[in-house]
Design a protein around this ligand. Sequence first.
Ligand code: 5GP
Ligand code: MG
Length: 175
Amino acid sequence: MEFIVSPLYSEEEVHARVEELAGAIALSVPRDVMIVALLKGSFVFAADLIRALHLRGLTPQIDFMSLSSYAGTESCGEVTMRRDLAECVENRHVLLIDDILESGRTLAHALESIKARGAKSVQVAVLLEKPGKRKVEVAADFTGFIIPDHFVVGYGLDYANFYRELPFIGVLARP
Ligand code: 5GP
Ligand code: MG
């Protein structure tokens, strides 16, 4: 089954928004913030965001965590840890980066585990947010775009591990 991807935010629009987010984030996290990016979906967003933060004088350390709650286009509810942090977050100010906030289960799980390890503070930046879908109470401090309830791909986000390479964000649809 072939799909079509209809553009939602162009490469230029995404770039401009990431720059704005970096400006806001740089004002509210310390220079030596520890960045934790959730794999795999946030890797493109995180890569652009950290370079935009560098241009604003930040010198972050970076780590990754891989959590999974999705099968196909449906969240299955249970979050499993596939790869844990390699760095220590105790006494660190952390910026947690994810691709999209939907039910909130993924972020809540990541937040809990980072706080449990003694982080001094944790702020959250997400590229996308789908309102009205929250199953767990969790909020992002920085949000790129609030989007309607469609399944989106591109700019790191996948369907069956495809479409991550697209430089724009689009809605996956059947032709
Ligand atoms: P939550 O745990 O908040 O329900 O779901 C968040 C995770 O589900 C995201 O990190 C992302 O990996 C995945 N996800 C949720 N909505 C979408 C979507 O529209 N497209 C894609 N590709 N992934 C999504
Ligand atoms: Mg994800």
